[in-house]
Structures are given as C-alpha cells and as structure tokens.
Design a binder for this molecule. Structure first.
Ligand SMILES: [Zn+2]
Length: 174
C-alpha cells in the first residue's frame, strides 16, 4: 500500500483540541459515571462560571428533578430555592434547577444547570468523549455574530438615512 499523506493531514485536523465551545459543534451530554445521555448541544445556552455549570434549556427524561426543594442562606445560591437534578440510571447528582431566586439570578431560573464536573461530552464531529470541564461553554461565537448583525443593521440604517436626506433635498428643490 502506498503512503497517502492526505490521510495524515486529515487525522491531524480531526484531533485538533477544541476548548472553546463552537456553536456549530455537535455534542451529546452524558452522566460521567454511567454515560447515560442527559442532553445535547442544541439545548446549551451558555455556562455560569462561578457555579461551574452548563446552562441547558432542555434535558432528556433521564434527568430526574428531585422532589425535595432546597434553600441556601449563603454562597452563590444565597436566598434561592432549588432542586437537585439526578441521573435516572445511577442516581448521581448531575446538576440543579433554580425555582426561585433574587433578581440577579433571574435569567437562570427554570434553566437546567448541569455540573461540569459530573458531565462528559461526546463530540459527534470527532467521535470522541471528553470531560465537560475541559470546555468553555461561553457562547462567544453567538456574541460575535450578534455584534456582526448589529453592525449590518447600523450600516443599513445609515444608508436609509442618506436616501431619506437625498429624497428630502430633491422634494425641497422641486
Ligand atoms: Zn448516571
């Protein structure tokens, strides 16, 4: 068999370490202990660094919300009422969901917070399993595209104002 250099190049590109969460990166989220599927990248909407948690709008039926409500007086979840999220298969606590919180945490109420330290990610693009703690789930890509859209809108607004001025000048001259 002849040596085919293109295969090596392809492989090297495939194993490129990805640490920043890319919005086009497809992955499933798993319980680190028993590998049960708990969610996927379509429902990831960011992370809370101080809580070391991935924010998910949806999780699978294998994530069980504990009936017991907890209340904390101190720490990150001070004055919050929340429930633990458990893996249905191995019963390990994999995260929490906040039911009630002070206003500074209003944005993450009712969103599933999966503890990065208890989650593994299966990256579909590279068929590899990695710890969620090796990723940053900050949606930088989304922030970038939002500012791009804003720039485009501003450019269009500028152009429309120019057209409006020209039309106003013409009608004044008539
Ligand atoms: Zn489990």
């Amino acid at each position: 068999m002849e040596f085919d250099g293109s295969v090596l190049i392809k492989c090297r590109r495939d194993v490129k370490p990805v640490t920043e969460f890319e919005t086009n990166l497809k992955m499933t989220l798993h319980c680190q202990q028993c590998i049960t599927v708990l969610g996927d990248s379509f429902s990831i909407c960011g992370e809370v660094k101080s809580m070391n948690a991935i924010l998910c709008t949806k999780v699978t039926d294998d994530v069980v919300i504990s009936d017991a409500k907890q209340f904390k007086q101190k720490g990150d979840l001070s004055k919050c009422i929340y429930s633990s999220l458990k893996c249905r298969s191995c019963h390990m606590v994999v995260g929490k969901v906040i039911h009630s919180s002070p206003s500074h945490l209003a944005a993450i109420r009712s969103i599933f917070l999966l503890h990065k330290s208890n989650i593994s990610c299966y990256i579909l693009n590279s068929s590899s399993m990695v710890k969620a703690s090796t990723f940053s789930f900050d949606l930088m890509g989304m922030k970038d595209s939002m500012s791009e859209v804003k720039e485009q809108f501003e450019a269009q607004l500028g152009q429309m104002s120019r057209i409006k001025r020209i039309l106003a000048d013409r009608s004044a001259a008539m």
